[in-house]
Design a protein around this ligand. Structure first.
Ligand SMILES: [Zn+2]
Length: 356
């Protein structure tokens, strides 16, 4: 293979070293896979499904029920994003439309956070929600990032003033859902190295780049609360916001017996690491909840079933319009006992006491 002289480049060397700069716009690039691999559409899930993470406030119960009936969804947990009387109205609208098919998780109401009696106020609000049929309370990522107390200071997730609320949740036997921080890429610059570039370009407000504190510090605040309230059941949404590092999620679940995770909006992350994701789901089958965090649609649910049930390779993940990253996913072909727990049994355990 050695060249005969220095003036003529070897054909093979020039072939393997050729590179080119192109001007094709990223938004125009839409390659079509030429792979010929088995594809199994899963119309009905192997077991009835409980979607533990959905937001239905803008939906009509009738339309959603149509979707549920078409693709084997037994119940949806509506995490209402409304508060006060509007939350009560949302509970009534869904629970009244089809008893037993919908449950509701309330949204932490920060109005009045500047008041000195905010803790008492929150305890009363939580009791009212639960009396009205709510079966959980969600703390969104605004706590830790934007919610400020009466002195204008950022309220930490692990602020002692909030501790009685987590104790109250244990007393009421309802889980606390945390969505703290976001994917790792949201903390990086929105540039050509960012693996979720297109998503962040579509939603620049989702970027946390340049904040004075790290993602790790936010998650530490959350984890301190989970450790401080062992009698309270917690669900860390979106794979505890650490789906890029499943060994870390495993450590969390080992450390905190009161913690569950949901898979909502993370099939993209899980499906690009199918070996690790499959082993993780089998190992922690009792602690993982099925959830979508997308608008209920038949095709969306079926894509989730295909991901969890089949060994199909290299297919599109369920997503919002701007996608999450430029990759495809691989099915996890989970065993039946694992599927049954993830689809349904784990959710029933958490909803059990307060299911209306
Ligand atoms: Zn959500």
């Amino acid at each position: 293979m050695s060249g005969k002289d220095g003036n003529h480049e070897d054909k093979f060397v020039s072939m393997v070293s050729a590179k080119v700069d192109v001007d094709l716009r990223l938004s125009d690039y839409a390659p079509c896979s030429k792979l010929k691999v088995a594809a199994h559409e899963v119309e009905q899930p192997r077991f009835p499904v409980i979607d533990f993470h959905s937001h239905l406030d803008a939906q009509s119960p009738k339309r959603v029920l149509g979707v549920m009936d078409a693709c084997g969804v037994e119940k949806i947990v509506n995490i209402t994003m409304r508060t006060g009387e509007e939350a009560i109205e949302s509970i009534d609208r869904f629970h009244g439309a089809a008893p037993g098919r919908f449950a509701t998780i309330g949204w932490m109401d920060w109005s009045g956070v500047e008041r000195s009696d905010f803790t008492q106020l929150s305890l009363g609000r939580l009791e009212r929600l639960v009396e009205h049929g709510a079966c959980g309370i969600k703390f969104w990522k605004d706590i830790g990032l934007t919610v400020r107390d009466g002195n204008g200071a950022l309220l930490r997730v692990d602020d002692e003033r909030l501790a009685p609320i987590f104790d109250k949740a244990a007393e009421l036997n309802i889980p606390v859902i945390f969505h703290t921080a976001d994917p790792d890429a949201f903390f990086d610059p929105i540039d050509r190295f960012n693996e979720r570039y297109e998503e962040l370009a579509a939603h620049p407000d989702w970027s946390f780049y340049g904040l004075p504190f790290s993602k790790a510090s936010l998650l530490e605040q959350r984890d301190r609360v989970i450790a401080r309230h062992p009698k309270t059941t917690f669900v860390a949404a979106h794979m505890a916001e650490s789906s890029e590092d499943l060994s870390h999620v495993a450590t969390l679940l080992e450390r905190h017996a009161n913690l569950h995770v949901d898979i909502s909006a993370r099939t993209a992350e899980l499906g690009r690491q199918p070996y690790a994701a499959r082993a993780f789901k089998i190992r922690f089958a009792d602690r993982i909840l099925f959830g979508t965090d997308l608008v209920p649609e038949v095709a969306m649910y079926r894509l989730h079933y295909r991901f969890l049930e089949t060994a199909d390779e290299y297919f599109e993940y369920p997503s919002h319009a701007s996608r999450q990253g430029r990759w495809n996913i691989y099915g996890l072909f989970l065993p039946a006992d694992v599927l049954e727990k993830v689809y349904r049994a784990n959710a029933l355990k958490l909803l059990h006491a307060n299911f209306r």
